[in-house]
Structure formats: structure tokens, C-alpha cells
Ligand binder design. Structure first.
Ligand code: IPM
Ligand code: MG
Length: 345
């Protein structure tokens, strides 16, 4: 298979981990006789430094002409504590998601039996956890109207959703449940928010088309508690943008480290794959970043493009060598460097 892949390494450890994913993909290409072309483009703080724009026009254009996008990480501490910065690295990622209409962010969370002891949570609580989070990614409070009063003492962010935005991701979540354990949990705050009440109504309507799937509802505060009390109860989680952002970081603790987790952001036309961890400036350049989230993302990319055999091959390597604890990076309590793990894969 011939594939054109856009590589957007981004900031911090982003370039370190995407480089490893590209190496793994090159190895897969040899084994399966694929022809992969990788084209790099800047996004985030590095793009601001180079061009003044966190998502340069050329980067966006490239993404629109490739088969898939591999993304590293975004963010730079020099912007984090500067609330008055008007240009921010994160705007690059948000604009990319919005421009490419990547409305569904899928984040798998699994407790691998070999890594149970790595999680700060008790083994008997997390054992058997297997969750797929469907986070809405192009709407809600992230993209609603923003306001700052002239005297700069009052601010607001609007959380807005339309039926269509809720329907399209709901269909994906219900279809996913049909190939899993036939359960969808909608996480919302319908006891307080009008937008959440619309989510409940629309998701209930969509559910009628999937009679074999059970639909449950949880308020987000309770869901945050349930995630650490009894994560096994979840199969597919469906939720809006901000709740999904928060719940998925919380859920990542179950796997042992956020460094493991991957995500796919998909729309009707384009798809992007990225580890869910951030730019981790504290370990940048030390060669110890965990590349597994990036490998897993690459595997999700192959799966999405219909290359199931290649995707499984990469996943097998990840499971055999790293999840089995032979090559564990430091965030999982091991002492393998990024390079050790990559070479092993
Ligand atoms: C994520 C990240 C982003 C988000 C940031 C970097 C804008 O936390 O992908 O979860 O909030 O969506
Ligand atoms: Mg996040």
C-alpha cells in the first residue's frame, strides 16, 4: 500500500516520540512491502517561533492532501503562565481539529495485566478495564464565543452544541459499542447545563437505531469518581469536548502512565493520530520520553487506513516487548531509554 503521511512533531518531546513512530512505520513498510512517504511540517510553539503562526497555511494545506496525519505534542511552558499572550501554541491544534472537522476523538484505555502494579490504583480495581472514550472534539466550550470585558475583569466562554454535532459522534460511539461490549455511557451535566440536556435528548434518539446497545447516563462529577472506584463498568464512554479532555487524563492513570495512551481524531474526510500526553518540557531532550503512545497511535493510523495486518503487527510488538515489561521506559518504572524501546520494537 502507498501512503502519504503528514508528520507534525510539534513541541517538547513531540519530535522525539514522532521520530520513533516514523522508524516503526518504516520497519512495518519493509516487512509488509508498503511505500510510505513522510512529509514534515511545523505546528505549535515551534511554528510560532518560525513563522509567527501556530498553524501555518502550508501545514494545513499539507494535512489536506495526505492520507493521514501523525501528530506529536503541543505546548510550551513559556506561554502557560502568560494569560495575556494572544498567540498560543494550542491554537494550532484547535484550528487543525476545526479546519479538518476532526469531530471524534477516540481514546482507548486498557489495564494490561503486565502493568497492573504500575498504576497507583489498586490492582483488583483496575484489572480487566477496557474502555473506549469517544470525546467530541470540534464543539462545546472550546470553540464557543469568548468574551473579555473592556476593564478585563469579567470573562466568559460559551458552551454551544447543535443536534448534528451530537448525532455524528453518537453514531460512531454506538457502532463502536457493537464491536465491543454493547454498552454506551453518556457523561454529561444534564442536572445543570442546557447543552447537556440536549446531549441526553439527541443521544436517546440515536440510541433507538441501536437496540442491541445499552445506553446509560452519568453526571460528570459522579463519572470522575466512578472512573477510579470501578472503571470496569465502562465500555464506550461518549462525552462532550471538555468533559472528555478531563475524564481521559484521569482514565490514563489506569494504564500505568499517560505515556502509553494513543488517540485517533477522525472526521468524514481526514484523520489524525496522536499520543494523548503533552509536550513534557521537563524531560525534553533527555532521551527518556515514552514512545509507546506514539507507536500505538501509528498502529491506530494503520488500522484506520484498512491495514489491519500491519496495525496488529505493530501492536503485537508493543505488547510483547514493552507491555510485557521487558523494555519499560522510566515513566513506567523501568530504565529503558526512548531509543532502547524503539530498537526493541
Ligand atoms: C488534549 C490536550 C489539548 C486539549 C490541549 C493541548 C489544547 O489537552 O488533546 O487532550 O485540551 O484538547
Ligand atoms: Mg487533554
Amino acid at each position: 500500500m502507498k501512503l502519504n503521511i503528514a508528520v507534525l512533531p510539534g513541541d517538547g518531546i513531540g519530535p522525539e516520540v514522532t521520530d520513533q513512530a516514523v522508524k516503526a512505520l518504516k520497519a512495518i513498510a519493509i516487512e509488509f512491502d508498503h511505500s510510505f512517504t513522510f512529509t514534515y511540517a511545523p505546528v505549535g510553539a515551534v511554528a510560532i517561533d518560525e513563522t509567527g503562526d501556530p498553524l501555518p497555511e502550508q501545514t494545513l494545506d499539507l494535512c489536506k492532501t495526505t492520507d493521514a496525519i501523525l501528530f506529536g505534542a503541543i505546548g510550551d511552558p513559556k506561554y502557560d503562565n502568560n494569560p495575556s499572550a494572544t498567540i498560543r501554541p494550542e491554537q494550532g491544534l484547535l484550528k487543525l481539529r476545526k479546519s479538518l472537522q476532526l469531530f471524534a476523538n477516540i481514546r482507548p484505555v486498557k489495564a494490561y495485566s503486565q502493568l497492573l502494579e504500575k498504576s497507583p490504583l489498586k490492582e483488583h480495581i483496575i484489572k480487566g478495564t477496557d474502555i473506549s472514550i469517544y470525546r467530541e472534539l470540534t464543539g462545546g466550550i472550546y470553540f464557543g464565543e469568548k468574551y473579555l470585558s473592556d476593564d478585563k475583569n469579567t470573562a466568559s466562554d460559551l458552551c454551544e452544541y447543535s443536534r448534528l454535532e451530537i448525532e455524528r459522534i453518537s453514531h460512531l460511539a454506538f457502532k463502536a459499542a457493537q464491536s465491543r461490549s454493547f454498552n454506551v455511557t453518556l457523561i454529561d451535566k444534564a442536572n445543570v447545563l442546557e447543552s447537556s440536556r440536549l446531549w441526553r435528548k439527541v443521544v436517546n434518539d440515536v440510541a433507538k437505531e441501536y437496540q442491541d446497545v445499552t445506553l446509560e447516563f452519568l453526571f460528570v462529577d459522579n463519572a470522575a469518581m466512578q472512573m477510579i472506584l470501578n472503571p470496569k463498568q465502562f465500555d464506550v464512554i461518549l462525552t462532550e469536548n471538555m468533559f472528555g479532555d478531563i475524564i481521559s487524563d484521569e482514565a490514563s492513570v489506569i494504564g500505568g502512565s499517560i505515556g502509553l495512551l494513543a488517540s485517533a481524531s477522525v472526521g468524514d474526510k481526514y484523520a489524525m493520530f496522536e499520543p494523548i500526553h503533552g509536550s513534557a518540557f521537563d524531560i525534553m531532550g533527555e532521551g527518556i520520553a515514552n514512545p509507546i503512545g506514539a507507536f500505538w497511535s501509528a498502529s491506530m493510523m494503520l488500522e484506520h487506513l484498512g491495514e489491519t495486518g500491519s496495525a496488529q503487527r505493530l501492536m503485537e510488538a508493543i505488547k510483547k516487548l514493552t507491555l510485557d515489561g521487558i523494555y519499560l521506559p522510566q515513566d513506567l518504572g523501568g530504565n529503558s531509554t526512548t531509543e532502547h524501546v524503539t530498537n526493541a520494537i
